[in-house]
Design a protein around this ligand. Structure first.
Ligand code: PMP
Ligand code: GLN
Length: 386
């Protein structure tokens, strides 16, 4: 991981750097994951009403009771989970929920298993807590989790497994059978499972999300992390949560109280209203992304790119070698901004160790014109490379 010279702390994230480069050059930004579709009006109206009609002073440290109840209700309807408000802690985005969980649960010298490709926040947080990372790599092109490698990475010092389903950047899922096998390993090593599920609502047609909280062998060991930013496509709102058994929530809450303490109440009220919207509303919101995904995939394939299957998220991955392009992903992304006018994310930036990859992530949560323009630029770029 790149560090700031002289300080040895992690450098600015790849998402921020790519967005900045796209803004400076006028490139189409298919890098950082954020949609450019209209905000859901129900949520904006709810936040406006809450700002003028509700208190703007500190809400309770664990989050508004109404929001914690709405999170539990949403997961009961969508995923069949049996949670109550004592099992939900509201945080300032999933990032803070991850930080509070890792800082609360990892003690200096504990081993933490991380799965590559990994979301950028995990490793710096584990290291800041004094944990020792052990890595397991997903296997492309389906990006499956090799259970034998997971087992080999675990020891009596393993405190925590950090898993991410649906996975960013690959869009792959952990299925129930895999969760059950992970449950056996977690019990054998008496460790906890931190599961980042922020992409749980952004599924393609027919795909099903399974939380470890839905698996009996993991219910008491798992911490589920969610994000309203992803469920409602309002990435700047930074309202997230952790769900787990009450003792774990108490420990994570004790850590959260010294990170941000609380999250703006108007946004909490709005998210509670949003979660309570009908299942049909949520299905419709999710479906807004299906067309963009199909459009980008079809356009890229017509231009000669090989696109890997994805079951979730706002991202698809292209396989450079299979697309006839003899570049590594970092070089491709560095050149695609000035030469194609399109910003993308190299999958290598999700690896803390290992060689550069041949995979590039593109965000499809954009309007038709943006996607069409990006495809024609990437088509010309590919022709210039082969
Ligand atoms: N985890 C993953 C896998 C993500 O992709 C993201 C953001 N894209 C986050 C966590 C952070 O979510 P939030 O913005 O709610 O902090
Ligand atoms: N999670 C977003 C992505 O994968 C980026 C979030 C961020 O910029 N920190 O693109």
């Amino acid at each position: 991981m790149a560090v700031i010279e002289g300080l040895g702390v992690p450098a600015t994230t790849i998402f921020e750097r790519m967005s900045r480069a796209a803004a400076e050059t006028g490139a189409i930004n298919l890098g950082q994951g954020f949609p450019d579709l209209a905000d859901p009006p129900e949520l904006i109206a709810a936040a406006q009403r809450a700002l003028t009609g509700k208190s703007n002073q500190y809400p309770p440290m664990r989050g508004l009771r109404e929001l914690r109840q709405s999170v539990a209700g949403f997961y009961a309807r969508e995923q069949g989970l049996a949670l109550d408000e004592s099992q939900v802690l509201v945080t300032s985005g999933a990032t803070e929920a991850l930080a509070a969980s890792i800082l609360a649960l990892v003690r200096p010298g504990d081993e933490v298993v991380l799965v590559q490709p990994l979301y950028d926040a995990y490793l710096p947080l584990v290291e800041r807590a004094g944990g020792i990372a052990r890595f397991v790599d997903l296997t492309p092109p389906a990006w499956t989790l090799p259970l034998d490698a997971l087992e080999a990475a675990m020891s009596e010092r393993t405190r925590l497994l950090v898993l991410n389903t649906p996975n960013n950047p690959t869009g792959s899922l952990i299925d129930r059978a895999t969760w059950e096998a992970i449950g056996v390993l977690a019990e054998r090593h008496d460790c906890l499972v931190l599961c980042d599920e922020v992409w749980e609502a952004m599924l393609t047609e027919g795909a099903a999300h399974v939380s470890p909280l839905a698996v009996p062998g993991l219910r008491d060991r798992a911490i589920k992390i969610g994000s309203a930013g992803k469920i409602f496509s309002l990435t700047g709102w930074k309202v997230g949560w952790a769900c787990a058994r009450p003792e774990l929530i108490a420990a994570i809450g004790a850590s959260h109280q010294f990170l941000t303490f609380t999250t703006p109440p108007a946004l909490q009220w709005a998210v509670a209203e949003g979660l309570d919207l009908s299942a049909a509303w949520h299905a419709g919101h999710r479906a807004r992304y299906h067309a963009g995904r199909a459009r980008l995939v079809a356009g890229l394939e017509q231009a000669g790119y090989v696109v890997l299957p994805n079951a979730a998220t706002w991202f698809v991955t292209i396989d450079l070698a299979a697309s006839g392009i003899a570049l590594d992903d970092v070089t491709f992304c560095e050149r695609s901004i000035p030469e194609a006018g399109v910003a993308a994310i190299p999958i290598s930036s999700f690896y803390a160790r290992g060689p550069l990859t041949g995979y590039v992530r593109l965000c499809f949560a954009k309007g038709d014109d943006t996607l069409d323009a990006a495809v024609s630029r990437l088509a010309r770029f590919r022709k210039s490379l082969i």
